[in-house]
Design a protein around this ligand. Structure first.
Ligand SMILES: NC(=O)c1ccc[n+]([C@@H]2O[C@H](COP(=O)([O-])OP(=O)(O)OC[C@H]3O[C@@H](n4cnc5c(N)ncnc54)[C@H](OP(=O)(O)O)[C@@H]3O)[C@@H](O)[C@H]2O)c1
Length: 276
């Protein structure tokens, strides 16, 4: 992580002002790295759990090597933290990382950081679609709610980075689309500010909180916008039939936020234009 994006500390030489660190699992990933930046910009010491720790050159940032699958490093990672923002995940090893790993994390918190609160990052609509990764996310939420840790479940819609990959993927002149497929793309930088606010909130919301971007766009609109901003021809969409629970769920909007979702951040096009 570079220092370039960080503002100078409010009081030079006193970063963090003695505050306890916040642990970010998955702090090297898409959402987690934004959370780390937000913590540092708020002068809150950030600790990152990663399978491959490197020396940190950034004041207030420490990497702790560990693995949610084995439990290695968890004691060092959670000790003395005021909160954990849990962004680590692995779709290909979901049971080991997202379910059993989340359980290991809550047990480590109970033992070595009993007062720390847990912000568990999950996905909007994970209970409403049989997609295997969504089933895993739903079960990981159950692990958190069944633990006796002070916690909040923070469900987000697909972040701009993921949406750009999904709608930008095409086979020659063809893109893959589905009738009715829409997204409410979410700005990971804005989401990070919300996750940090939740982690520091004295009173944690009891119900899961949903986060989403300001607008809902169809996959077709997103593909055209992405191609336009990147100076390419928009792919002709290959329409997939709505067969099977996964596709049917998505085409019916199971990935879209509910009426109480917190909405904000840069729109998809604003974000795309800033990517250069
Ligand atoms: N991306 C989205 O659109 C989106 C939308 C809504 C919710 N979410 C949820 O938000 C969370 C973060 O998503 P993301 O897209 O930011 O993920 P990501 O970019 O794929 O990052 C995953 C992180 O998990 C860590 N990790 C993987 N296996 C681990 C293990 N065994 N032990 C410890 N850490 C491990 C990795 O750290 P190292 O490689 O450094 O170890 C990496 O930083 C996930 O729970 C996801 O379900 C994502």
């Amino acid at each position: 992580m570079s220092d370039a994006a960080l503002p100078p500390p409010l009081i030079p030489g006193l970063p963090g002002l003695g505050r306890q660190p916040v642990l970010v699992t998955g702090g090297t990933g898409t959402i987690g790295s934004q959370v780390v930046l937000e913590l540092l910009q708020s002068q809150i010491p950030a600790r990152v759990l990663t399978r491959l720790a490197k020396p940190s050159t950034t004041e207030g940032l420490v990497y702790v090597e560990g693995d949610l699958i084995t439990g290695a490093g968890l004691q060092d990672a959670v000790s003395q933290v005021q909160a954990v923002i849990h962004c680590a995940s692995d779709a290909s090893r979901g049971r080991e990382v997202d379910i059993d790993g989340t359980r290991r994390l809550t047990e480590a918190m109970a033992r070595w950081a009993p007062d720390a609160r847990l912000v568990h990052v999950s996905i909007v609509g994970c209970w409403d679609n049989p997609l295997p990764y969504y089933r895993i996310k739903a079960e990981s939420e159950t692990v958190v709610t069944a633990s006796d840790r002070p916690h909040v479940i923070a469900r987000a819609t697909q972040v701009h980075e993921l949406v750009a990959k999904l709608v930008g993927a095409h086979l020659g002149p063809l893109g893959v689309g589905m009738r009715g497929l829409r997204f409410a793309p979410c700005d990971s930088r804005w989401l990070a500010t919300q996750l940090v606010d939740l982690a520091l909130d004295e009173k944690l919301p009891v119900e899961p909180v949903e986060f989403a971007g300001p607008e809902v766009l169809s996959a077709r609109e997103l593909a055209v916008l992405t191609a336009h901003v990147r100076g390419r021809t928009a792919p002709r969409l290959l329409r997939l039939p709505r067969v099977g629970g996964v596709l049917r769920g998505l085409s019916e909007g199971s990935n879209l936020p509910g009426p109480t979702a917190r909405r904000g951040g840069r729109s998809y096009v604003q974000w795309l234009a800033e990517q250069g």
